[in-house]
Design a protein around this ligand. Structure first.
Ligand SMILES: [Zn+2]
Length: 352
């Protein structure tokens, strides 16, 4: 068998050819009418999308003609709901974002410049019949809604107010030859205003590991004004809840590092779980994405390097989630995701 590599241009051309065939099959009258520069029938199911033809593809019209965003973002390609290829695409993007819910899947599809007519129902039905999702997910949690904390509402650059939590250790193979396993912890840092996440792998919970993680955060994301964590009314309590080792004046070292960098550490009082709701939910999402990644069994022996890569991919998936419901109004097809706010680029899940 010939393992010919295909260039991005070849793959894109193949994709567009398939999508053209799908559209010609699903909307034969509209396709011919627009090809001949005629108006489409008043009874067409895609009339309200104000479709137009560009390179043999039907695209959503809308009012963003003069916008500088990419063609796919402002004029997504129209796809019919009842079609095998559309279903395959939904399944593909659902798998790409590691089996997250409808909002994530919808976001990934829109970010690729596709518009499925009445797509919400198709996406729900694909997720409903997805076996991996059924295995991974139990009952949906009910979210308690409370007043948003002030940091969530302040106008500040990304990662100025950061929620901090640590999640369970993961077995990591440190030396492959001897097969020794070491425990590694991960910290998750959530920006309070853009709700972007940043994950750092912490080797051990001593002060130098924690300070190293904070140094990486500060170096990559810029100055942080305030860290906030759950559990404990003071730093000692929070440290023990987070599992930070309490020897050699660990806590003093961490605090003095933070103060030197103009950052304070605030604590949510115990039993005020709604205040930490933002990052608790993000930790839940992180776990689910990791569970899905690891359920394939390919990563049975996690090395530190693989773990770091997976964590970066997990944050890319989380940061590509839509912050507001994906619009079904053709005049505003754009997505808003934390990744777009932080990187100023259209969202991409960044995984393969
Ligand atoms: Zn699934």
């Amino acid at each position: 068998m010939c393992n010919k590599l295909h260039t991005p241009e070849e793959l894109e051309a193949a994709k567009l050819t398939i999508l053209r065939l799908v559209q010609r099959d699903a909307y034969p009258e509209e396709y011919v009418a627009l090809q001949e520069n005629r108006a489409i029938s008043k009874t067409s199911t895609i009339l309200k999308l104000d479709p137009f033809m560009c390179n043999g593809l039907l695209r959503v019209g809308g009012r963003l003609k003069h916008s500088t965003v990419s063609l796919g973002m402002k004029n997504p390609i129209i796809l019919p709901k009842q079609n095998h290829v559309t279903k395959l695409l939904v399944t593909h993007y659902h798998e790409k974002i590691k089996h997250q819910g409808r909002q994530f899947t919808e976001g990934a599809i829109r970010a690729e410049g596709l518009w499925i007519v009445a797509g919400k129902r198709l996406i729900s039905s694909v997720i409903h019949s997805c076996i991996v999702c059924r295995k991974l997910r139990g009952k949906l949690e009910v979210q308690k809604m409370a007043d948003l904390p002030p940091e969530r509402l302040s106008m500040s650059p990304p990662f100025t107010y950061v929620g901090f939590d640590v999640f369970d250790p993961w077995e990591v193979i440190t030396r492959r030859t001897r097969g020794e396993a070491a425990q590694s912890k991960r910290a998750e840092l959530t920006c309070m205003s853009t709700r972007a996440v940043h994950i750092e792998v912490i080797e051990s919970m001593d002060s130098s590991s924690c300070i190293n993680a904070l140094r990486r955060l500060f170096a990559l994301r810029g100055p942080v004004k305030q860290l906030r964590s759950d559990c404990g009314t003071n730093f000692v309590g929070a440290c023990s809840e987070l599992g930070i080792r309490q020897d050699d004046q660990s806590q003093d070292k961490i605090l003095s590092y933070l103060y030197e960098h103009g950052c304070t550490w605030e604590f949510n009082p115990p039993h005020a779980s709604h205040m930490g709701g933002v990052w608790e939910r993000m930790i839940g999402v992180t776990r689910r994405i990791l569970d899905s990644m690891l359920s394939h069994g390919k990563h049975s022996s996690l090395t530190h390097e693989v773990l770091c890569t997976l964590m970066a991919e997990v944050s890319a998936i989380i940061n590509a989630r839509p912050l507001i419901p994906v619009s079904s109004d053709p005049s505003s097809p754009l997505l808003l995701t934390p990744a777009m706010i932080v990187t100023q680029k259209p969202a991409s899940t960044g995984t393969c």
